[in-house]
Ligand binder design. Structure first.
Ligand SMILES: [Zn+2]
Length: 113
């Protein structure tokens, strides 16, 4: 069960990263198109229109909302279904202070206290 959920979680996380990356690339594609559009033939305008139709601003916004909702649900399911193996670790807050953190070594869920 955890293995399935972990795979799913990692996959969705990757999708979100790729979506962020894709959004940036998409913006530079649109910018470049603006700069060269006058010198392009109609064929290229048509191509760009098709691209824009599929990749409007809402494409990224809604897709990210969907993926994040799904990720939240997966994390809740993981937390509820994993037979946690609790680990304790210390992380530096600054030069002088450390903070104790507890997490599950199987699903990486963090527990407060
Ligand atoms: Zn766990």
């Amino acid at each position: 069960m955890e293995e399935y959920l972990l795979l799913l979680k990692n996959y969705i996380k990757k999708q979100i990263d790729e979506l962020d990356e894709g959004k940036e690339i998409c913006q530079s594609i649109k910018k470049q198109f603006q700069q060269i559009r006058r010198s392009l033939s109609n064929d290229y305008n048509e191509l760009n229109n098709q691209f824009k139709e599929i990749h409007d601003d809402f494409f990224y916004i809604y897709r990210k909302i969907d993926l994040k909702n799904l990720l939240d649900k997966i994390e809740i399911a993981l937390k509820a279904n994993c037979e946690h193996i609790c680990c304790v670790d210390y992380v530096d807050i600054n030069e002088y202070r450390m903070q104790k953190i507890q997490y599950c070594e199987k699903c990486w869920t963090e527990f407060s206290k």
